[in-house]
Design a protein around this ligand. Structure first.
Ligand SMILES: Cc1ncc(COP(=O)(O)O)c(C=O)c1O
Length: 451
């Protein structure tokens, strides 16, 4: 029997904030196709959606269209990847042109060198680069390089920071309170059943934004690398405390440890040159993915020439059939060329208007919340009395109420992540922001009234 995918019935007109979208066709398609695709989804992070996982027919600018015919203003933005929106013409055209020239060469191409030169031009830590296909994968390359360089085994990470789904690093990404241990000496908590628990021996965890704790741990001299999101954006949207990144770099230098910034989210969102330029701290290595090629599977490990050249002459192996695949490289070059200062400036103004507008509406509706973060990526945290400074503060989030809010917004044609993150693109224009704020007001009233 062929899978049931209902024919889309697109409703192109904007729905008013009271309009109710329904998602029956998505629900039916997920139920039917769960016979073929485990859970009906291809990533664990797509399962727990309020209203159920949705099935989409197409995207356009800031919108996604689902098979129920709903037009949704999209703040997932491909989990942060679609900084140019869903249909940037120049990227689409570059991909079409490259497809005509061949798909995979298993050799070098001019377009990958062009992509590399762009990163080296804009990213402070990028003296050399290596491309991969996902953030998870290039994080592994960074660990291997750090271990080879230092001779140490342990990678030090922070609670609430996520660096991919692989066994050796999927620890303490969002631990429950009872699994997290004491704040001053956190326990390593696995993120999945089936993980190789012996990997914990190659890892340690600390609370983030606590410089004395980091300095004390590094002084033991056994850490190969410290990896962190330079602004914590997987959980919450938390800026580094003043002096924290500088202090972390200095402590790494003192102890012969490699500092890795995971800019998979912050890269090309906190600015053209990433969080490292915004905060003025240049790490040894950095990883980028997501927005680097606006939705095409490109990731990059970039860093100091002497470290990166270990891949060439130092006996450190890095491979991958799809690394620097020309079609994705063409997408990357086109996407990178769209990242202009002028675009950042105008999109940032709109992002701030949205962020601050949400905060005002929630306050007026009597919903206790903290809205924190940046222009093109921020976090709405229900139930918090004060802005979170690290993961432990986020344990106080009222997640149940936020899921209700996310669902109320979805019914009004606005799609947000249930974990509180909002991703804004260059094409969320003022009219889209206005429509969103109207829907936020209506959804906030609904949940404040306990409906
Ligand atoms: C900060 C961060 N690092 C690494 C990753 C892993 O990237 P990928 O999903 O491309 O493997 C993610 C994914 O969400 C991320 O947010």
């Amino acid at each position: 029997m062929s899978p049931v995918i209902a024919k889309p019935m697109h409703q192109e007109s904007a729905k008013g904030p009271e309009a109710r979208c329904s998602f029956e066709r998505s629900a039916a398609a997920i139920a039917e196709n769960s016979r073929y695709v485990a859970g009906g989804v291809n990533s664990a992070f797509r399962i727990g959606m309020a209203g159920g996982p949705l099935v989409f027919s197409h995207g356009e600018g800031p919108y996604l269209f689902d098979i129920d015919g709903n037009r949704l203003i999209d703040y997932y933005c491909g989990m942060g990847a679609m900084v140019l929106g869903h249909t940037p013409h120049s990227v689409q055209q570059a991909v079409k042109d490259q497809v005509d020239k061949g798909i995979l060469y298993a050799g070098q191409s001019e377009v990958e060198f062009e992509a590399a030169r762009i990163l080296c031009q804009y990213i402070p830590s990028a003296q050399r680069i290596r491309f991969g296909s996902s953030g998870s994968e290039v994080a592994q390359a960074a660990f291997r390089l750090a271990r080879a360089t230092t001779g140490n085994r342990i990678i030090l990470k922070f609670e609430g920071h996520y660096h991919g789904w692989f066994d050796n690093i999927l620890w303490s990404t969002a631990p429950a309170k009872d699994a997290a241990g004491p704040a001053e000496a956190p326990s390593l908590a696995p993120g999945s059943k089936g993980q190789d628990t012996s990997d914990a021996a190659g890892l340690d965890v600390l609370g983030w934004n606590d410089l004395p704790a980091l300095e004390a741990r590094l002084a033991r001299g056994d850490i190969a690398a410290v990896i962190m999101e330079p602004a914590m954006c997987n959980q919450g949207a938390i800026a580094p405390a003043p002096g924290y990144l500088e202090g972390a770099l200095a402590a790494c230098r003192r102890n012969g440890t490699i500092l890795i910034f995971d800019e998979v989210i912050t890269g090309f969102r906190l600015g053209r040159s990433g969080a490292q330029a915004r905060f003025g701290v240049t790490p040894d290595l950095s990883i980028f993915a997501k927005a680097i090629a606006n939705g095409f599977p490109v990731a990059a490990l970039v860093g100091r020439g002497d470290l990166m050249d270990m891949f060439a002459t130092g006996g450190v192996l890095h491979g991958g059939t799809f690394n620097s695949q020309p079609v994705t490289m063409a997408a990357m070059v086109a996407a990178q060329n769209e990242l202009t200062a002028q675009q950042y400036e105008s999109a940032s103004r709109r992002g701030v208007r949205l962020r601050d507008g949400i905060a005002t509406i929630l306050q007026e509706s009597g919903i206790k919340a903290q809205v924190t973060g940046f222009e093109l990526m921020f976090h709405v945290g229900f139930g918090l009395d004060a802005p979170a400074r690290s993961y432990r503060d986020l344990l106080k989030l009222d997640k149940v109420l936020y899921v209700k809010f996310a669902h109320a917004l979805l019914k009004r044609g606005v799609r947000i992540l249930e974990r509180g993150a909002w991703f804004v693109s260059f094409v969320h224009d003022d009219a889209v922001i206005d429509a969103t704020l109207e829907a936020v007001r209506s959804a906030a009233q609904e949940i404040a009234a306990g409906k």
